[in-house]
Write a protein that binds this ligand. Structure first.
Ligand code: GLC
Length: 747
């Protein structure tokens, strides 16, 4: 017999009373009243229980919970769990929480649905390469649809850490180096995950992570120290998080790193002064995995009890996995070191989220096995994943129209990732299947070539010194019209705790492509790259005729990549992150400062300038770079005025013409430079972009509207606007020289 929890009884009576006064019914305040009424019934232990999150474990039959966590669950002292999914698995655990505990408060199930749940899309750096906000939102929508069908209420995404160091493995999870692009993408992810209403069964809580500065880890080493001035923090690393709040993100996650000597997980400046007081965020904050315990390792807490006191007093609402809140909060309250009001506030925010999801109305609404069966891997999801794989792949080089390939030709397909079905879904691939579900690039190519027109040789491993496969690779290369080499990294070489001190292709892959080139100096080589970070491709760039960066293209990746190789899709992606010539240039990103001794294009090796004696300053491939099979011509930029008054709008336009032989998309980018400021300003900043489609021969005029809001920046914790000269350009990438000015005039 289904036991009705006390919470449900109280709340239904309460709701009934509320409806009696229907004319003042307000869903938002209704939830607040219900939560307060429920909290009036809760013991301190039960309120602390809501601030605790433990992980489920897995065996071959699905999630199970270890005995301790199960005990806390049965005592009603566990508010959330991570790494538990499937309708069946979550229903069993939810049943305990709702029907076997005193108040029957539903559990919240969280999971890392980062770039898909079962249908896996390209890694987020690839999705960002599409520069298509509608696509980003749809990726999140589909991810939420699948995850919610499998019992998941909350995703620990979007990861919106600005990253400018390719040694850092988590560069793969973010949206690249740029503030504006990452901020726009952050908004799209949040909208996609949370939808228009969290009460819908296919929407889930989003989580802006990792707050803040994690991508600036020293030397690109994961979890390493982060030090930066407040201006850089506010002008570069914080804006994507504010954008997420503007889109209604319900939760935040703390970063593992310290920031200027204070670990994020106990950092009042960012979590109280900025997040709550300045930005007015009223959702809840969860720590990253065991991050409270780690305050002791940081040397910021004497012990875990002290760590608990520091974290709760910094405004951190939920403890993921450390157990510190469970072990020490009550003691600290009794000792007067922690105000009980802080527990009440934390518990309240967490209960509000559960109410918003509708879990008190129906705790099992996400546990529908039939819906799960019907939703997972829906054909239209897999088809969309194929399209995104194409739209995320960046054509870095394509001399003599090496691509696209005529499908009547014979191709030698070489490389350790050519037939891969495991790495292709990348890191943080949630419940994605690595056991054969994904479509390999080999399989994708076979959709276009007869069996007699494709030869395969692995050539070498991703990371070994075994040259025994070289001969077969050379032999098939000699017989083929074109050579496709699929090289890259193992998916474990990027993602969390996967920093590299060397960003070249691992193993002997570079020797493989060099050997093929030496043997066949005139045969066209197409390099397809499957990797999770910008790589040092200086050697490969000198050897290959075409280079296609496909990142980890996901479950339907092989088809999406083949659609580009054979011309069904004309590539349109642009780099969201700079590819350096070598590691020595890192950190290198497009919007650096000018310095007092900038080099000139005319004389880049001039003495006593800010340059290297052994390398150009320029990257191998710049931010915003990406080729098409067609060509686009940009007219000179036109301005509606050469002055912008503070309260007015300036229009900048350019007419783009498709001057090539293929219809195609183009990402038109707007860049602005503030020439003089009360602090030095970047030499250029992306301030807008529009992705347009042009048939061959077609022209379109793209218009950007600039307001003074676009020109503000932080100095001394104040968002300010300063008059003066601004340069402006509309360009296909960040590699351009300005030739247009306007003046900003303050009221
Ligand atoms: C990990 C990651 C974080 C993730 C969490 C839960 O350590 O840092 O991004 O959401 O733990 O898996």
């Amino acid at each position: 017999m289904k036991k009705i929890s006390i919470a449900t009884i109280v709340l239904s009576i309460f709701s009934h009373c509320l409806y009696l006064g229907a004319n003042n019914y307000n869903p938002e305040t209704d939830i607040y009243r219900k939560v307060d009424s429920l909290m009036s019934l809760m013991t301190l232990d039960e309120k602390i229980g809501q601030t605790i999150m433990y992980s489920g474990d897995w065996n071959n039959t699905g999630p199970y919970v270890n005995s301790d966590n199960m005990r806390f669950l049965k005592e009603g002292n566990l508010g959330s769990m991570l790494n538990v999914y499937t309708s069946k698995g979550t229903r069993e655990l939810q049943k305990i929480a709702v029907e076997e505990t005193r108040l029957g408060i539903p559990l919240l199930f969280g999971y890392d649905v980062i770039h898909g749940f079962k249908t896996i899309f390209p890694i987020n750096l690839g999705i960002a390469s599409g520069w298509d906000l509608e696509d980003v939102e749809e990726v999140a929508r589909i991810s939420a649809d699948e995850a919610s069908a499998a019992g998941v209420h909350w995703t620990f995404a979007p990861m919106i850490d600005i990253a400018r160091d390719p040694r850092w493995g988590r560069v793969s999870e973010g949206s690249g180096e740029d503030v504006y692009l990452t901020s726009e993408i952050a908004k799209a992810y949040v909208k996609g995950f949370q939808g228009n209403s969290l009460t819908n069964e296919n929407t889930i809580l989003a989580c802006a992570k990792h707050f803040v500065g994690y991508g600036a880890a020293q030397a690109g080493r994961d979890y390493h120290t982060v030090s930066m001035g407040d201006n850089e923090l506010r002008n570069v690393y914080m804006p994507p998080f504010k954008a997420a709040i503007d889109s209604g993100v319900e939760t935040f996650m703390t970063a593992f790193n310290e920031l200027n000597g204070v670990p994020a997980t106990a950092n009042k400046y960012i979590f109280k002064d900025i997040l709550r007081d300045e930005w007015g965020f009223n959702g809840f904050v969860v720590t990253d995995y065991t991050a409270i315990n780690e305050l002791v390792n940081h040397g910021y807490a004497e012990n875990e009890k002290h760590a608990t006191e520091l974290a709760i007093n910094s405004g951190i609402d939920m403890d993921m996995m450390s157990g510190a809140y469970r072990r020490f909060l009550k003691e600290l309250i009794i000792e007067g070191k922690v105000e009980e009001t802080l527990i009440n506030e934390a518990c309240r925010k967490i209960l509000i989220a559960k109410f918003k999801l509708g879990l008190f109305d129906d705790p099992y609404k996400y546990c529908n096995e039939q819906r799960e069966e019907e939703t997972i891997y829906r054909p239209k999801f897999l088809e969309f994943a194929r399209k995104i794989a194409s739209k995320s792949s960046v054509l870095l080089k394509n001399i003599d129209k090496t691509l696209p390939i005529n499908n009547k030709l014979t191709v030698a397909l070489i490389g350790p990732l050519a037939k891969d079905k495991k790495n292709i879904i990348g890191s943080w691939a949630a419940a994605g299947d690595r056991n054969g579900k994904a479509i390999s690039i080999y399989q994708g190519i076979k959709e276009y070539l007869d069996d007699s027109n494709i030869m395969f040789a692995r050539g070498c491993d991703i990371e070994s010194n075994d040259y025994s496969g070289f001969d077969k690779a050379i032999n098939i290369a000699k017989k083929a019209d074109k050579i496709i080499m699929v090289l890259g990294e193992d998916y474990n070489m990027s993602g969390e705790a996967a920093s590299r001190t060397n960003i070249k292709l691992p193993g002997i892959q570079t020797q493989l492509i060099k050997t093929i080139r030496d043997e066949l100096p005139n045969k066209q080589i197409i390099l397809v790259l499957m990797n999770g970070r910008p790589l040092d491709l200086t050697i490969e760039d000198s050897l290959a005729d075409a280079i296609l960066e496909v990142w980890y293209p996901g479950t339907s990746g092989g088809l999406g990549v083949a659609d580009i190789l054979f011309g069904k899709y004309n590539p349109s992606a642009k780099l969201p992150i700079t590819f350096p010539r070598n590691l020595g240039q890192v950190p290198i990103y497009y919007n650096q400062k000018n310095t007092g001794r900038p080099i000139s294009k005319e004389n880049p090796t001039e003495d006593y300038k800010s340059n290297y004696i052994d390398s150009p300053n320029t990257p191998l491939y710049p931010f915003g770079h990406g080729l098409s099979y067609t060509t686009f011509k940009y007219s000179e930029i036109k301005l509606s005025n050469d002055k912008l008054k503070e309260s007015e709008i300036l229009k900048a336009s350019s007419t783009i013409t498709n001057t090539g032989d293929y219809d195609g998309h183009e990402v038109v980018q707007l860049y602005i430079r503030d020439k003089v400021g009360s602090i030095t300003r970047p030499i250029k900043e992306l301030k807008g972009f529009k992705k347009i489609f042009l048939k061959k021969g077609e022209s379109k005029t793209v218009v950007f509207e600039i307001s003074s809001e676009d020109l503000k920046f932080y100095n001394n914790k104040k968002l300010i606007l300063e008059s003066g000269e601004f340069e402006i350009a509309i360009s296909p990438s960040s590699d351009f020289e300005f030739n247009k000015l306007f003046n900003l005039i303050l009221n």
